[in-house]
Design a protein around this ligand. Structure first.
Ligand code: PEP
Ligand code: MN
Length: 337
């Protein structure tokens, strides 16, 4: 439920209502806006009706939030949320590009990839230390050693980092060595993991599940925000469809839809969305055209020799070229780059 106070109402007017919401066992939210104070109440809305807020003099309107997700919805928070990964903003005017190899394979490979993506203009460094592979026989990532390499390389190139956290037990290690958590597609509905990440201070890049609806994705984000961590970035990375020519079907509908329904930033991963290196760039351009706040791109110094996702990893040259062209698309979308 949203309770909108009249113009000119002050904190004390809100406090009376916040206390009443708390007293009946619901979660009160104080949401001061530029023009008006808005109050949220999370929980069983039927209880609220007994309080008759419509009749309070300071109340202009009482509105139910019809969507099943509340805190991540635009009804609760009209302005865009900007999430910062260290000093890089995502969700503001500028497009943020995260790039790096699928997996951290060793110091030399990761440093080389980091230098290349930085040179081309990427703002955030990606790379997996814990890899969720379809086959148990595929390279599973370097684990803690990978995190340490990430940390060292990040210092050397001075870039913030994002890396996947596969399970609750690894949260502390990832928080120690990286600047943002990535929740992979396969873990989007690992609710225990989401709740624990909700207790963390660092931002969370939440990737859409392989067969998750947009409502599922927003509810997964709600799990994190409801625990207190508002720094969530949504990521469209393609879904399973009947089409097998591409690895996944990049659902660009998701971008304007998520931006319409939620205040959270939205980024697109055309690498996993396509699975084919040569068509990553056109889908990245398309992502900016439909309103994405950023991109996450796999780049490998030698994709042929990559231990994971080589077929979709761009060469440094391809990445450089794409970044050049992205400037024009960003400009057309009236965004900074
Ligand atoms: C990745 O980013 O390398 C990855 C495993 O992504 P996803 O979870 O989207 O498959
Ligand atoms: Mn990958």
């Amino acid at each position: 439920m949203i309770i909108i106070l009249r113009k000119g109402s002050v904190k004390e007017d809100a406090q009376v209502i916040l206390d009443k919401i708390e007293n009946i066992g619901l979660k009160p939210l104080f949401l001061p806006g530029v023009e008006r104070i808005v109050i949220g109440a999370i929980g069983d809305e039927r209880l609220l009706e007994t309080l008759g807020f419509d009749n309070f003099p300071q109340v202009e309107e009482v509105k139910p939030v019809l969507s099943p997700y509340k805190l991540v919805s635009r009804d609760f928070h009209a302005e865009n949320t900007i999430v910062k990964i260290r000093d890089v903003s995502i969700g503001g005017h500028d497009i943020a590009v995260m790039a790096g190899p699928c997996a951290i394979e060793g110091e030399e490979q990761f440093l080389q990839a980091a230098k290349e993506v930085k040179k081309a203009g990427a703002k955030i460094l990606r790379g997996g230390a814990f890899k969720p592979r379809t086959s148990p026989y595929s390279f599973q990532g370097l684990g803690i050693l990978g995190l340490k390499i990430m940390n060292e390389v990040a210092k050397e190139v001075n870039m913030p980092t994002v890396t996947e956290v596969l399970e609750v037990a690894d949260i502390d290690a990832v928080a120690k060595y990286a600047d943002a958590f990535q929740v992979g597609a396969r873990n989007m509905q690992n609710f225990r993991l989401l709740k624990e990440l909700g207790q963390q201070k660092k931002p969370v890049l939440l990737k859409r599940g392989l067969s998750a609806t947009l409502q599922d994705l927003l509810l997964a984000a709600e799990y994190i925000v409801a625990e207190g961590n508002q720094k969530v970035i949504l990521c469209e990375r393609g879904i399973r469809t009947f089409e097998t020519a591409t690895r996944n079907t990049l659902d660009l509908n998701a971008v304007p839809y998520l931006k319409m329904k939620s205040h959270l930033p939205v980024v697109v991963d055309p690498s996993h969305g396509t699975g084919i290196r040569s068509i990553v760039a056109p889908m990245a351009y398309a992502a900016l055209a439909c309103g994405a706040d950023g991109l996450i791109i796999e780049v490998h110094p030698e994709p042929k020799n990559a231990l994971s996702d080589g077929a979709q990893s761009q060469t440094p040259e391809q990445f450089q070229h794409m970044m050049e062209r992205l400037k024009d698309f960003a400009q057309a979308a009236k965004r900074g780059f």
